[in-house]
Design a protein around this ligand. Structure first.
Ligand SMILES: [Zn+2]
Length: 256
């Protein structure tokens, strides 16, 4: 076992994450919400940052890049080709299906447009670890800012198709609020009720609810369950196209 992940809260409700290959010593940060926090996290682990994998162009994911770069001048900055102009300074632009090697580790790039038009997720298939940025959250998903709703639905379907045991790291700790909304859609879902209680207990102790897993999200996250009869019925769209059902759930969440 040579893969180590370290997740840490920063800013108001963001998460930073580091993934480390103890064989090669290489360490990648996923996004840089707060440069000082990313550097401090690496130092606390005794890891030297070699790579920074950006999921999307929003300021709360890239504003720390210059600070991290200043501390690690040979850092490789990796990010979505489709947002290269908005992020700036990328050393490696990635697209769907590309692989990024972090020492022995390999991240597969999945394009997940919706929240932003060029957003990507990084999936370490061999380790069953995925970094989903602001596309998928536990019991929720990102707001759809830059594409039609159906595009976001397709992106979520790509993530949902990963193995159930995949550990999913997300950009924000929104789970408790997401649980309150999810309960309005599926109050009779026993898995959701149990998850909502577990989340409440974790947050009461100040503990993270992430990472989550694809299996847990498939069982509890209404945005991944737009094909389920119970969810379709809850929003009055029985038998409808799941993309349409998804759009209706997203619309309701926006107003919740
Ligand atoms: Zn974002």
């Amino acid at each position: 076992m040579t893969t180590h992940v370290f997740q840490f809260p920063c800013l108001k409700d963001n998460y930073g994450a580091l993934i480390h290959d103890s064989g090669s010593g290489r360490t990648a940060a996923i996004d840089a919400p707060d440069g000082e926090a990313v550097i401090a996290a690496a130092k606390a682990q005794g890891w030297r940052l070699t790579d920074l994998l950006v999921t999307h162009h929003h300021a709360d994911h890239v504003q720390g890049v210059p600070t991290v770069r200043a501390a690690y001048p040979d850092l490789r900055l990796v990010g979505p080709a489709k947002e290269a102009a908005r992020i700036g300074g990328l050393d490696l632009e990635v697209r769907e299906g590309d692989h990024v090697e972090i020492g022995r580790l390999a991240a597969r790039v999945i394009e997940t447009p919706g929240h932003t038009a060029g957003q990507v997720a990084y999936v370490f298939d061999d380790d069953d670890i995925a970094f989903a940025g602001d596309t998928l959250f536990s019991l929720g998903c990102g707001r759809v800012f830059e594409t039609p709703m159906a595009v976001m639905w397709s992106s979520l379907c790509k993530l949902a198709a990963l193995p159930g045991e995949t550990q999913v790291y997300c950009g924000h700790e929104y789970t408790e609020a997401n649980a309150r909304f999810a309960m309005t859609i599926e109050p009779g879902n026993a898995d959701l009720v149990a998850r909502a209680e577990a989340v409440k207990a974790l947050r009461a102790k100040g503990k993270p609810t992430l990472p989550t897993t694809i299996a847990l999200e498939l069982a509890t996250n209404p945005f991944l369950r737009a094909e389920m009869a119970s969810v379709q019925k809850a929003v009055g769209l029985e038998g409808s196209d799941p993309a349409q059902v998804f759009a209706e759930i997203r619309r309701r969440k926006d107003q919740f």
